[in-house]
Design a protein around this ligand. Structure first.
Ligand code: FMN
Length: 194
């Protein structure tokens, strides 16, 4: 199974990247898994321009780093959407990626083009935030649910961590790290996520 992590934080070695790497360690404990990390921050991914071109072609006319990511997204068996919470939402880096998937929405809903249906592909939100409010992750969960529907993949239980602010906060929380690793192990071994 190929596991693609799409990371939306600008912080190198920050909390969401630590989540991703630790989940990946768990996945790799099961044979037959490969992992790939896409760091969005250094990439050039222009926001969707709502030009409507994809409505008739299914393809985005913008030529930038997103061009390669469409294929990588299609080819992955599992997708991990990794983002810090910014103002109760996804970071701008990953939101640009999500919005550019409008071209896939057009394929599915306007052009009737489906891809890899019935293959049990799944998408997971991995997210963290510095505070602890009940509704902290709601906006991001809705966005990723909508993205998974667009990409024709299942929406899997998310992994969400509250109360981590400084860059290395999560690295000092062994119980949370163990939980992240178990999240990966459970996914790779087909155990239910609680
Ligand atoms: C621009 C910005 C907006 C943020 N907004 C929120 C927020 O609305 N709620 C919250 O709990 N934390 C917020 N945070 C804190 C981050 O979510 C938190 O520090 C997180 O651990 C960062 O993850 P990272 O290290 O992967 O970048 C914000 C941080 C920044 C830089």
């Amino acid at each position: 199974m190929h596991n693609l992590f799409i990371l939306g934080s600008p912080r190198v070695n920050g909390n969401s990247e630590t989540m991703a790497k630790t989940v990946a360690n768990g996945l790799m404990q099961e044979p037959g898994n490969s992992v790939e990390f896409i760091y969005l921050n250094p990439l050039n991914i222009k926001p969707c321009q709502a030009c409507g071109s994809c409505s008739s072609t299914g393809d985005c006319i913008i030529e930038d780093d997103m061009s390669d990511l469409y294929q990588k997204t299609d080819d992955a068996d599992r997708l991990f959407f990794v983002s810090p919470i910014y103002f109760y939402a996804l970071s701008a880096q990953i939101k640009s990626y999500v919005d550019r998937c409008q071209a896939r929405w057009s394929r599915k809903y306007l052009l009737g083009q489906r891809y890899r249906q019935g293959e049990n592909r799944t998408g997971y939100l991995l997210s963290c935030a510095s505070t602890s409010g009940d509704k902290l992750f709601e906006g991001s969960i809705l966005a990723i649910k909508c993205l998974c529907d667009t990409l024709d993949i299942e929406y899997g239980n998310p992994l969400l961590i509250r109360n981590v602010e400084s860059r290395k906060a999560l690295q000092n929380l062994p119980d949370e790290l163990a939980n992240c690793e178990q999240f990966g192990v459970k996914i790779a071994s087909g155990q239910p996520l609680s």
